[in-house]
Design a protein around this ligand. Structure first.
Ligand SMILES: Nc1ncnc2c1ncn2[C@@H]1O[C@H](COP(=O)(O)OP(=O)(O)OP(=O)(O)O)[C@@H](O)[C@H]1O
Ligand SMILES: [Mg+2]
Length: 236
């Protein structure tokens, strides 16, 4: 299957002279053109996993296989926009080596609902708008994989819901492949086509959610059952 495959990935950090194992020979498959959610407790190694898959760090051992040439873009918990650049220039940032037509930058800004705010600076935007600008910046890079590390964690409930809906729409319209880290079970249930629970540096359980419907109802019987199973897996 096309996508990314992790084989026996080991990763430890040295903290205060002692080795701290984080990922213990983890195996997993991240399919393309869908949303794969990594779910787990704080400190279980989710960000580490994302950094390894995105090539920001190297594993101690094991292999990460990509089925084809790939470009990865990141969206972090905070927007990490350049405060001295307006929305347009933030989106354009990093594209110097790969010029992007003005029309396509505009269309990406429109896609994330920031039309009219091209000239606004980050401090003139709400938290949700800043996050949308960060997503636009990632999309402008035309990535084959987007790594998202709790991108909506700092947002209020309503903005978060809206952003989740937008992400689902974006993923569908662009056929994007997304690796999404969260510790919100509801967020995982709303977004994930595949949900991977990590514990002790290993995959504890994987769930596939098969649905064609655009809007998932968290109160639907199947999703409530799945939530119960996930809670049990997380020992909650
Ligand atoms: N650069 C680093 N140096 C040393 N230890 C690190 C480093 N990065 C992460 N760790 C350790 O690795 C473990 C996993 O960290 P990681 O950031 O991957 O967790 P996480 O699952 O993303 O947690 P959270 O949900 O709180 O973001 C933690 O115990 C952390 O202390
Ligand atoms: Mg993290």
């Amino acid at each position: 299957m096309a996508g990314i495959e992790l084989k026996k990935i080991q990763k430890s950090y040295v903290v205060d002279g002692r080795s701290l194992p984080v990922l213990n020979g983890i195996n997993l498959q991240i399919p393309e053109k869908s949303i794969t959610v990594i779910l787990g407790r704080s400190g279980c190694g989710k960000t580490t996993l994302l950094r390894l898959v995105g090539g920001l760090e190297a594993p101690d051992s094991g292999e990460i296989q990509f089925d084809a040439a790939h470009r990865t873009a990141f969206v972090f918990q905070e927007s990490r926009l350049m405060p001295w650049l307006n929305v347009w220039d933030n989106v354009k940032f990093g594209l110097k080596k790969q010029p992007c037509a003005d029309a396509s930058i505009q269309s990406i800004i429109d896609t994330v609902g920031l039309s009219g705010f091209e000239k606004a600076y980050p401090h003139q935007l709400s938290g949700g708008m800043q996050q949308r600008a960060a997503i636009a910046r990632a999309l402008a890079y035309d990535p084959s994989f987007i790594m998202m590390d709790e991108p909506f964690a700092a947002l209020d409930f309503f903005t978060r819901e809206q952003m989740q809906r937008e992400l689902i729409r974006l993923q569908k319209s662009r056929g994007a492949s997304i690796l999404f880290v969260t510790h919100s079970i509801d967020e995982a249930l709303l977004l994930g086509h595949k949900i991977i629970i990590i514990e002790n540096g290993q995959v504890k359980k994987e769930f596939l959610i098969n649905t064609d419907s655009d809007e998932r109802d968290l109160l639907a019987k199947e999703l409530i059952e799945l939530k119960r199973e996930i809670l049990a897996q997380l020992n909650l």
